[in-house]
Design a protein around this ligand. Structure first.
Ligand SMILES: [Zn+2]
Length: 350
């Protein structure tokens, strides 16, 4: 390394905090924060409205869903101590992620820096997905697991969403994980996960055995969460997630794709009706959404992978286009994507 390079590296190290503060200020501009906050509020209010009006969701489940959506908030900029690698430039470049950490929807610095090039439709679908994570089957089971006895049955998420969970899975009744569009966890994946967890527990053999039992109890209460182990997974390569040795449950991600598309879809339908979104804009919106979702998790693969998300093409064709609102907003009435024989089936969440 030359002297100038050494000097730059030294300055970066000395003034790391100051540089982070400047990067944050440049990315999280007042105009971007105002735009994303407006879209977030639209989505959150519409999600609550859809739950309230739903004839499908049982009344006792509605209260839980209201509480979970109400406490969901947008965190801008994130606290980098809590979300390491999200708030500023990391060794592998700025993170473009947006994620829901237990009700805290966090837009990383790269997401904000790209915001001026993203359409409202793309942001609505991405953030709709993140808000839906607050009420996805895994989130409901995890909430219940906080106080349930170990031998209790898991939270009945299939009954909360009677038409959507089985519809998205598309498997035969009674054996929804076989010949399904979506993977479920496997016994081997669960065993690997809990063995890995217990081996990390500090202490003697008794402490490790207690850790193993604790993991097994928790996994039983949360069957819709993805459970498996992949020690080779690399944080620097998002595509490495797709090569998990065992399939894991994908319902959490597919549910959030679908419900996000349902909520964003009704907002986009209104934009089509008012003339705000028309002609080429609708195609541009779809291309932006497809590029985002496909570049993150599995480009143009035709088949499923072992990632928690299906590959992008399946997410678009199966999860987004199963929403009548989304399909109508983007393509007009009764569209059938050419790449799917017969097109996706329509599911109903609310
Ligand atoms: Zn997700």
């Amino acid at each position: 390394m030359g002297t100038a390079g050494e000097c730059a590296a030294q300055l970066k190290k000395t003034y790391a905090k100051e540089i982070q503060a400047i990067e944050t200020k440049l990315a999280y501009t007042p105009a971007r924060i105002a735009r994303i906050t407006h879209l977030f509020t639209l989505l959150k209010d519409r999600t609550i409205e859809k739950i309230e009006k739903s004839a499908r969701i049982p009344a006792e489940s509605k209260m839980i869903l209201f509480a979970k959506v109400s406490q969901t908030e947008l965190v801008l900029p994130p606290n980098d101590d809590e979300m390491p690698g999200c708030g500023h430039t990391t060794a592998i470049g700025p993170s473009t992620d947006i994620a829901n950490f237990d009700g805290q929807v966090t837009a990383c610095i790269g997401f904000m820096a790209n915001l001026d090039r993203a359409s409202d439709a793309d942001i609505l679908v991405s953030m709709g997905h993140e808000i839906a994570h607050s009420i996805d089957p895994c989130a409901l089971e995890s909430e219940f697991a906080k106080f349930a006895k170990p031998d209790a049955a898991p939270f009945p998420s299939e009954a909360t969403y009677p038409d959507v969970v089985s519809c998205l899975r598309g498997g035969p009744k009674g054996a929804p994980c076989q010949n399904s569009n979506l993977h479920c966890n496997t016994e081997k994946g669960i065993a690997d996960k809990c063995n890995e967890y217990s081996s990390g527990v500090e202490g003697d053999a008794t402490a490790k055995a207690a850790g193993l039992k604790e993991c097994q109890d928790y996994v039983k209460l949360t069957p819709s969460c993805p459970w498996g182990s992949n020690p080779k997974k690399s944080l620097a390569d998002a595509s490495s997630a797709r090569v998990d040795p065992e399939p894991v449950s994908q319902i959490r991600e597919s549910f959030s794709d679908f419900v996000g598309a349902e909520v964003a879809g009704t907002i986009l339908e209104e934009q089509v009706r008012s003339g705000k979104l028309r002609g080429q804009d609708r195609l541009d919106a779809l291309i932006g959404i497809a590029a985002d979702f496909a570049s993150l998790h599995g480009r143009c693969e035709d088949g499923n992978s072992n990632d928690v998300h299906q590959p992008g093409k399946l997410r678009i064709n199966q999860n987004f286009f199963s929403s009548a609102s989304f399909a109508n907003a983007i393509c007009g009435k009764n569209p059938t994507p050419a790449s799917l024989p017969g097109g996706p089936q329509k599911c109903s969440a609310f």
